[in-house]
Ligand binder design. Structure first.
Ligand SMILES: Nc1nc2c(ncn2[C@@H]2O[C@H](COP(=O)(O)OP(=O)(O)OP(=O)(O)O)[C@@H](O)[C@H]2O)c(=O)[nH]1
Ligand SMILES: [Mg+2]
Length: 612
């Protein structure tokens, strides 16, 4: 396609503001997907995306659209439109930032029933930083709860633009969607190229990839200059790895082979590379002996939380290593590194962009690779200075040193933006205070009629991860939204809390807590375990210990008389005999110091959710 007839754009918004549903209608009216094959949020193709109703991975798709009449610069005729749908949840914002480097324009969608939310601001800033044309659009205008005028006023104030440049659409009814397509063609410029389109001067940005067993790594690229065809010898410039272009093609949204991809287009190239760690997002693909300089890549996001993942049985270590390698080829935001721990054996320390990200990855490991896992309590990282002068970043709570070994500790802080209706400011301020946050300043937001405020808060990341999101949601009846970014390290007063079951530390349950909250945290953890841990064959003590002292303790009664459950009525002597055998067994177990405590998988999963 001639480059002046290509338009590349993404849809960005706060979570649930209707991006994927709008994409459905765009795909439908451009005839990209037949109506009878349509399903809701068709681009959310991963099983977990469909189950949870959220987008996790960005998804590119190509559409064709016929512009009937010339409008301004845009001539009538057929256009190739490459859309990238992005996730709205903050844990997946790395997906958004990568997608934005592959396009020239962005639809900023704002839900007419919700108004501007925290992630609206974050994604808007990302689009601005990438120099994109922004098309503001109010979504869900069909809803009886829509406040179209209020929300247009908010957007107009936010972007400093007249209200009549803001469009309105419904992804439910399709209203306003054809007009939106025409506005995209008019307002978004055709792709820029630095060099004349010339087959010898390929330069393509890798913005994503996928992996399959028989084809290896498939890279998702935006061709910036030149063109590529099957059989070309290519080079990953940063990795320095050569490969031959296998099949290449476009997203329809399934992969569909084409002969070439040329400047301005978005598509995929099969590389045949099977080992993980070679292809990386942000790398530039050029021809083998290209003199062109590589494109600026992506900043690697720094992990927000770390957790160690161990195979339940050490026999599966190899499988887990393979699975993590594969997953890192479809999710470039998580990191992993091998480690070993005395009690858990060998496993991997992994970094995630948030709790939902962690949950999704562990769930994918279980489902897609059929692995039974032990996941330690998620933790942020601490910079520890020891008495012996050593400095170390500690990722894993069980490895956090005893108080006596420490001179000082530093921890990461974050700056948050919370947008809330004014009536919740009081209770929110309380929650912020309880989480050691300092409200920096407040801006009233939107027209006086909507009465909302944006609060800027500095807070330790540790406190953000201590159930802050749920508490904010609950005191604001779900109306407040949060976004955040890491700012830097500050001194911390923290200590390691261990949980003991039957007198033995269970490393997966250890966590690092604020010293002045150690008691409360110990109480909570012990109480929670007490309610979810199944009774054992013997009396089991559950204790919380920090700084060498037991802070909390509960005793779980023994499981009773199960051995006779199948003997109904009758023969009491037979029952007595079984009870005696059971008693003997228990005694033996207690003599060994600790019985064989049975901690089922779901107890780990429930305990994993920090601070709940
Ligand atoms: N009434 C109405 N509801 C809508 C409309 N568009 C989306 N919804 C509903 O809003 C919810 C979220 O829609 P999605 O399209 O998944 O939102 P999203 O922005 O893609 O969400 P994430 O990708 O997870 O950030 C769903 O329950 C949709 O049915 C609309 O135009 N009108
Ligand atoms: Mg979506």
């Amino acid at each position: 396609m001639e480059i002046s007839r290509i338009r590349n754009f993404s849809i960005i918004a706060h979570i649930d503001h209707g991006k994927s549903t709008l994409a459905d209608r765009l795909l439908e009216i451009t005839g990209t997907i037949e109506k009878r094959k349509m399903q809701e949020q068709v681009l959310d193709s991963m099983e977990l995306e469909r189950e949870r109703g959220i987008t996790i991975k960005m998804q590119p798709v190509r559409m064709k659209y016929m512009l009937k009449e010339s409008a301004g610069q845009a001539k009538a005729g057929e256009y190739e439109m490459n859309l990238i749908d992005t996730p709205g949840h903050i844990d997946f914002s790395y997906e958004v930032s990568r997608a934005l480097k592959a396009v020239e324009g962005s639809i900023l969608l704002v839900d007419a029933t919700q108004g501007v939310q925290a992630q609206t601001l974050t994604t808007l800033n990302m689009a601005r930083d990438s120099g994109l044309v922004i098309i503001p659009v109010v979504s869900k205008i069909d809803s009886p709860l829509a406040r179209i005028d209020d929300v247009k006023a908010e957007i107009s104030q936010l972007l400093n633009i007249p209200e009549d440049t803001i469009l309105g659409v419904s992804g439910k009814t399709g209203e306003g969607v054809p007009e939106l397509l025409e506005e995209i063609i008019k307002r978004v410029p055709p792709p820029r190229t630095e060099i004349e389109a010339n087959a010898k001067d390929l330069r393509a940005l890798v913005f994503d990839f996928s992996y399959s067993n028989h084809r290896g790594v498939t890279v998702y690229v935006r061709v910036m200059d030149g063109s590529v065809k099957k059989g070309d010898t290519l080079l990953f410039r940063v990795a320095g790895q050569k490969f031959i272009a296998g099949e290449l093609g476009i997203f329809s949204p399934q992969e569909m082979p084409t002969d070439t991809l040329s400047a301005g287009e978005i598509g995929y190239i099969v590389t045949g590379i099977k080992e993980p760690g070679v292809a990386s997002v942000g790398d530039t693909i050029t021809t083998e002996r290209s003199a062109l300089h590589p494109l600026p890549g992506y900043m690697r996001p720094s992990p927000m939380v770390c957790a160690s993942i161990y195979p339940e049985s050490q026999d599966n270590l190899m499988l887990l290593r393979q699975a993590l390698g594969r997953l890192s080829l479809s999710d470039s935001a998580f990191t992993y590194e091998e480690e070993s721990s005395g009690t858990l054996g060998r496993g991997f320390r992994c970094g995630f962009l948030g709790m939902l990200h962690l949950e999704i990855i562990t769930e994918r490991l279980r489902r897609e690779f059929n692995l039974e896992l032990v996941v330690t309590t998620p933790s942020i990282t601490y910079a520890v200075t020891y008495r012996n002068g050593k400095k170390e970043i500690v990722y894993s709570p069980p490895l956090f040193p005893d108080d006596g070994e420490i001179v000082s500790v530093e921890e990461p802080w974050v700056r948050l933006k919370i947008i809330t209706p004014n009536e919740y400011i009081g209770p929110l301020t309380q929650v912020i205070f309880e989480h050691e946050g300092n409200a920096d300043h407040m801006d009233t937001f939107g027209e006086s009629s909507s009465n909302r405020t944006a609060i800027t808060v500095d807070m330790p990341l540790r406190e953000l991860m201590r159930n802050f999101f749920d508490e904010v949601k609950s005191v604001s009846s779900g109306y407040a939204s949060i976004s955040y970014a890491q700012t830097g390290m500050k001194p911390a007063d923290v200590t390691r809390l261990d949980i003991l079951i039957a007198e033995e530390v269970v490393p997966a349950f250890s966590r690092v807590v604020a010293r002045n909250k150690a008691y409360d945290e110990a109480e909570q953890a012990v109480e929670k375990l007490y309610t979810i841990l199944p009774k054992q064959l013997f009396v089991t003590k559950i204790q919380g210990r920090a700084g060498g002292r037991i802070l909390s303790s509960r005793t779980l009664a023994a499981l009773k008389k199960t051995v006779t459950a199948h003997l109904s009525g009758g023969d009491i002597s037979r029952k007595k005999k079984l009870w005696n055998i059971q008693k003997e067994g228990k005694k033996r177990m207690m003599e060994r110091g600790r019985g064989n405590v049975n901690i089922p998988q779901d107890v780990f999963v429930k305990m994993m959710r920090m601070g709940e």
